[in-house]
Design a protein around this ligand. Structure first.
Ligand SMILES: NC(=O)c1ccc[n+]([C@@H]2O[C@H](COP(=O)([O-])OP(=O)(O)OC[C@H]3O[C@@H](n4cnc5c(N)ncnc54)[C@H](O)[C@@H]3O)[C@@H](O)[C@H]2O)c1
Length: 249
């Protein structure tokens, strides 16, 4: 894809299924990658042993301003700039009806999936504006934001908030040459899906779809990396599903 070789990318949630698939694609396109997750060993396990000239693993909690400042600082320290940002870390949290959900669990989901996306946008776009060369951002939302389901008050709300942040950030930063888009994956074969629905439930969660299966993480990463590339140079503020046809059902 155009405009990726030599760029410096930050990917959060890089120890997870979708994040590590995106890291692999960005490295294959010639990017240098700052891979962020809670635990450094987990990042290396998921992403593999990568040439240190093009890859750094950073342990940071995206729900804190210090965590977001730390990964931007590492990117600038190691590679000199930030051009691309996949704001992807997320949790499903405990699935339960609103009437049963502890407030602390709702707050925990919002802290990672919504506050974390806001803090990441703030830290990274400030850096992009200071560099004066524009940039591209993809926020990971969810098909569950567009098609709500039961027991997902925290998750669905946080992912809808991520769509709002995407649109506001796109409006505010287009004049700086910073594009911001959201990707809404459907059911994707990652630890998050298995934790939420169990191994069998996760596998079956694609049965009712037009494509009759769940996505591989790489099928989601493909769209994300396209949106980060210059092939998507006129796309900003967009909300793109990769859902096997879920929206038609
Ligand atoms: N798998 C799906 O079916 C699906 C569907 C729609 C959207 N998504 C979204 O895709 C994104 C990636 O999820 P995935 O499916 O790869 O799940 P995953 O659990 O494999 O990866 C998520 C990663 O985020 C990390 N993370 C969680 N909290 C963090 C924090 N506070 N700071 C830093 N890292 C943190 C986790 O450690 C994990 O490695 C998430 O935002 C998720 O909500 C996934």
């Amino acid at each position: 894809m155009r405009g990726l070789a030599g760029k410096i990318a930050i990917v959060t949630g890089a120890a997870g299924g979708i994040g590590s698939a995106a890291v692999a694609r960005l490295l294959a396109e010639g990017c240098r990658v700052v891979a962020v997750d809670l635990d450094e060993d987990d990042i290396v396990k998921a992403c593999g042993e990568v040439d240190g000239d093009r890859f750094v693993a950073v342990a940071a909690d995206v729900s804190t301003p210090d965590g977001c400042a730390a990964y931007v600082k590492q990117a600038v320290h190691r590679f000199g700039a930030v051009h691309l940002f996949l704001n992807n870390a997320g949790i499903m949290g405990v699935r339960m009806p609103i009437v049963d959900m502890p407030v602390a669990e709702f707050d925990r989901i919002i802290a990672v999936n919504l506050r974390g996306v806001f803090l990441g946008l703030q830290a990274v776009i400030r850096q992009m504006i200071a560099q004066g060369e524009g940039g591209a951002v993809v926020n990971t939302s969810s098909a569950g934001a567009l098609r709500p389901y039961v027991n997902s008050a925290g998750y669905g709300t946080s992912k809808n908030g991520g769509i709002s942040l995407t649109k506001v950030a796109a409006l505010e930063n287009g004049s700086h040459g910073v594009r911001v888009n959201a990707v809404c994956p459907g059911s994707t074969a990652t630890p998050l899906l298995t934790a939420a629905f169990g191994a069998e439930g996760a596998e079956k969660s694609g049965d009712h779809l037009p494509l009759a299966r769940v996505a591989s993480p790489d099928e989601i990463a493909a769209l994300m990396v396209y949106l980060l590339s210059d092939d998507a140079s006129y796309q900003t503020g967009g909300v793109y599903t990769v859902d096997g046809g879920l929206m038609l059902t």
